[in-house]
Write a protein of this length. Sequence first.
Length: 159
Amino acid sequence: MSYRKKTWREKYTDDKGYPKVVALGSALRKKWGGGTCVIATPRLVDAWMKKVPKGRVTTINEIRAALAEDHGAEIACPITTGIFAAIAAHAAQEDKAAGKKRITPYWRTLRTGGAVNPKYPGGIEAQKKLLEAEGLKVVVSGQKARVVDFKARLFSFVR
C-alpha cells in the first residue's frame, strides 16, 4: 500500500464535518475563557483572511472573534484557527506556483502583538518582503519579526 501525502489544497477543502460549536470542559474554560467554542474550517478562516485590504493587517485573534460571532460561540478555538490559517497560506502558495494570480494575502494575517508567522510559506523573510511591498515596516530581532505600529494598520472585523 502506497501512502500519498495530501496537498495543501486537499487539506484546505477537507472540512472533516466542521464547523462545530462545542461546549468547553472546565479546564479549557479556565484556560481560554468562555463556555462555547467554534471549531471552524480552513475555508472559513481563509474567507476572513481574504477580506484584509492591501496595506492593512489583522491578527489570528481578530479572525477568531469574527468566527465566534458568526457561529454564536463565545470563542473560536485558538489552536485550530492558527492551524487552518497556515493551511490556507500554504494552499495559496500552491495556487501561486500553479500560475494563479490572485491568491489569499496570508502575509497580512499576523500573530498576537503584530508578530509575523514563521510557519507561513517562505518564513519570516518572504513575508517581510511582501508586507514591506505594501508599505508596512517589519523589524526582525533574532528568530522573530514584528510589524512596527501594527495597531495603526489593524483591520478589525468588528461589526
